[in-house]
Design a protein around this ligand. Structure first.
Ligand code: AMP
Length: 190
């Protein structure tokens, strides 16, 4: 699987600084509701290894669609990683990865093979025409907060001042049900 991903992502290069450490702490949200949803998540996590060092991957949850509700249910997970990419460089890599995995542009909140959002980049606050970090909807999305609380409960939102565990308490998570343990252990241990 790793080789397949590398073959279809020739533009992505694994980068490290001089000491071999990736310096920026990032948190990502991944979702899929088209095709083999579990495999799409698995391939996306493998693809992340090309420009991030994954440190944690949450279990997978099944969630009702958000925004546009007449579409198949999503599978979602969150991942923690370090990277040397800038925020905008990271976004560019993520867009390549989404395209390589077959994502086609549909409509806002429409069905997608894979969607990868940047939730946090260190404790930075960014707002420009390409990027809003922390992700503007994360505090209202149970499908983000439930898996994120599994891997980063004490992480504090730099604008809201609350931890992920506290934010998770504030949302209705009745639609977010466990689907599978993370299938991806090997992806980030290799
Ligand atoms: P999406 O439909 O979720 O792939 O997002 C569409 C656009 O949202 C992207 O092309 C980005 O330019 C923009 N965007 C703004 N903030 C973020 C973020 N924190 N993570 C990912 N995409 C973002």
């Amino acid at each position: 699987m790793q080789r397949v991903i590398c073959a279809i992502l020739p533009k992505l290069h694994h980068r490290e600084n001089e000491k071999g450490a990736h310096v920026n702490q990032i948190y990502l949200s991944l979702g899929s509701n088209l095709g083999d949803r579990f495999m799409n998540l698995e391939r996306a996590v493998l693809g992340l290894n090309q420009f991030c060092l994954l440190t944690a991957v949450s279990p997978v949850y099944q969630t009702s669609p958000w925004g546009v509700t007449e579409q198949p249910a999503f599978l979602n997970l969150c991942a923690a990683a370090t990277t040397n990419e800038t925020p905008h460089g990271l976004l560019t890599h993520l867009k390549y990865l989404e395209a390589a995995l077959g994502r086609q542009v549909t409509y806002t909140w429409g069905p997608r093979v894979i969607d990868i959002d940047i939730l946090f980049y260190n404790d930075w606050i960014i707002h420009d025409e390409r990027l809003t970090i922390p992700h503007p909807h994360l505090a209202e999305r149970a499908f983000v907060l439930v898996p994120l609380a599994d891997i980063a409960p004490t992480l504090r939102h730099p604008q809201l001042g609350l931890t992920i565990a506290q934010l998770r308490q504030q949302v209705d998570s009745s639609d977010v049900t466990p689907f599978a343990e993370t299938p991806l252990q090997l992806a980030w241990e290799n």
